[in-house]
Design a protein around this ligand. Structure first.
Ligand code: ADP
Ligand code: TRP
Length: 320
């Protein structure tokens, strides 16, 4: 069974990204034949600065490897290192109706947010379908926001198969509905667009200070507090073992325990949790050639699969 997913080379990764997207990918490495790629062609629709794009791709690669992507288990590569994906995009375009793309809410959302309504943004789901179909993926784990794109992918694959024969595997989405929605320091969903994130990797002093800014109510120090609605506790839950959670709960309930104490405890747990990842990350930063070699090796393996698909497709559609 082939499991494939793509990640956008977004800015600094935060703990919402870690628990919502990275950890599920890392945990999945033992469940099948896994492919993970950095969607740099997709990023082009929102990131016109070449230096920044290159930098972000490198950082995402380092962060995913530091957090536990094992290149022995996962074919880890850069989307653009397999240019066949753009060839397949074109082939798929001919069976993709404009109506199908017009119905995609992500396009409308992005345009509403001020992105230029260019063709790349409009045909984003076709490139995504090519990412998935090129490697004959069976399962595609994604966040809820990508559900509609997976439906488009399936529609395109079915139409293509109807026209040219049984070529593509029809992929199944794995929608990560059950992952905890990680709250940000203001109590809303953690998101880089809300400026409320706790980065996975950051300077110790700054990160401690950031934790001190987590929202809390004004219950006086002496009074009992409600842990069940508290953002600090919700974050602590991500890192702490049950015994520590029980201690924090009774501290809240007994009173004489301030939010400041809880924030300190949360910070310590967060800092320890990411300690091994931090040291691995530093090693990778110090060895950029090693990171590039991993991506190149991944690309070579991905390309073998891509080549095979493209030969079948060219034959089927009458090209060469
Ligand atoms: P952001 O909201 O910061 O822009 P992205 O949209 O780039 O994050 O999300 C990348 C991945 O991380 C997605 O799969 C998304 O579901 C997951 N993710 C982002 N924020 C959270 C969160 N607060 N809790 C759980 N998962 C999240
Ligand atoms: N569109 C996805 C996102 O924004 C990233 C992505 C690109 C992807 N191609 C993919 C995800 C193929 C899964 C499969 O998160």
């Amino acid at each position: 069974m082939r499991i494939l997913t793509g990640v956008q080379p977004t800015g600094t990764l935060h703990i919402g990204n870690y628990f919502g997207a990275m950890k599920p990918c890392i945990d999945m490495q033992d469940e099948g034949d896994t492919f993970l790629f950095i969607a740099d062609y997709h990023a082009l629709t929102q990131l016109p600065d070449p230096t920044e794009l290159r930098e972000r791709v490198k950082n995402v690669a380092i962060d995913f490897l530091a957090c536990g992507i094992d290149p022995q288990k996962t074919v880890f590569f850069r989307q653009s290192d397999v240019p066949e994906v753009t060839e397949l995009t074109w082939c798929l375009s001919s069976v993709t109706t404009v109506g199908m793309l017009e119905r995609c809410t992500t396009y409308k959302d992005k345009v509403d947010k001020g992105l230029k309504p260019n063709h790349g943004l409009f045909s984003y789901p076709v490139l995504m379908a090519a990412d998935i179909l090129l490697y004959n993926s069976d399962k595609v784990p994604v966040g809820k926001d990508q559900k509609q794109h997976l439906e488009v992918t399936r529609d395109i694959a079915i139409k293509f198969n109807n026209q040219y024969g049984e070529i593509f595997t029809i992929p199944e989405p794995i929608i990560r509905e059950d992952v905890a929605l990680v709250p940000g320091i203001d109590g809303e969903k953690m998101s880089k667009s809300y400026n409320n994130t706790i980065p996975i990797f950051g300077d110790e002093k700054k990160m401690r200070k950031l934790h001190m800014k987590i929202i809390s109510d004004s219950t006086p120090m002496e009074d009992p507090k409600d842990w069940s609605t508290c953002t600090i506790y919700a974050l602590y839950k991500l890192f702490a073992a049950e015994a520590d959670l029980a201690t924090m709960r009774s501290n809240y309930e007994n009173g004489n325990y301030g939010y400041g104490n809880a924030k300190q405890e949360l910070f310590e747990k967060y800092w320890d949790f990411f300690a091994p990842m931090r040291s691995r990350r530093q090693e990778l930063i110090d060895n950029p050639d090693q990171v590039e070699a991993i991506l190149q090796d991944g690309a070579a393996r991905a390309r073998t699969a891509a080549d095979k698909t493209m030969q079948t497709i060219r034959e089927a559609i009458g090209i060469r």
